[in-house]
Structure formats: C-alpha cells, structure tokens
Design a protein around this ligand. Sequence first.
Ligand SMILES: [Zn+2]
Length: 126
Amino acid sequence: MNPALLEHAQRAATKAYAPYSQFQVGCALLTAAGNIFTGCNVENASYGLTICAERNTIFHAVAEEGPGMRITSLAVIALGQEFPPCGACRQVIAEFAAPETPIWFLRDGKPLAMTMAELLPASFRL
Ligand SMILES: [Zn+2]
C-alpha cells in the first residue's frame, strides 16, 4: 500500500474545479523516476471539455518528465464517494503503466488496489 499517495490524492481533490457536478476528485501518481504528481478534475460549462483528475495528472507528469514517463503506482480519491478510475482514464493509465501496476482507490472506506490488467483486461494497444 502507498498511503502517502492516497493522502496526496485526497489533498488534490480539495482543489477540484467542479461547480456543475460537485464531484471533487483527486489523483496522485508515482513515476519510475521517483516523482509524485497530483491533479484534480477540471469541469467546463461545455461538459464534454471536462477532464478527469487521472488524465489531468498523467498529462502533467508527461509534460514534466517527457514521453518516457512511466507510472509505478496511482491513487484516485473522490471526496465523499468511492470509485475506481473511469473507462477513459483506464485506457490512458494503461498507456503509461505495466499490467501489474497497482491502482489504488477506496472501497468500503479502506484502500484497495487492483492491477492495471484487472481494471482493463485486453486493453487497446497499437
Ligand atoms: Zn476518468
């Protein structure tokens, strides 16, 4: 378990821009280079432009580390809710993670990790 990562995600969730859904989500990831990046969801009045916390975090990590950025662990938390990453984010996480990379989220108030392969079996790859 990586409780520090979950704490980072929790703090990031408080920064969310979610005036429409009130659904505040935070994400934190640890890279192979040893850096921790965080992000939150950012909504828009044109709903389709909204971005999830996970993708916001990953895109920031790539912008900082470059195209070789690799995820070794990722945590996602929503304030007052519990859920794993959405389908779109699972596909984006898979691009930068190994099948065995743990993805942390809360289930019944406790941290639970599933591997990337469990969350997205038979993922799309070019
Ligand atoms: Zn998502």
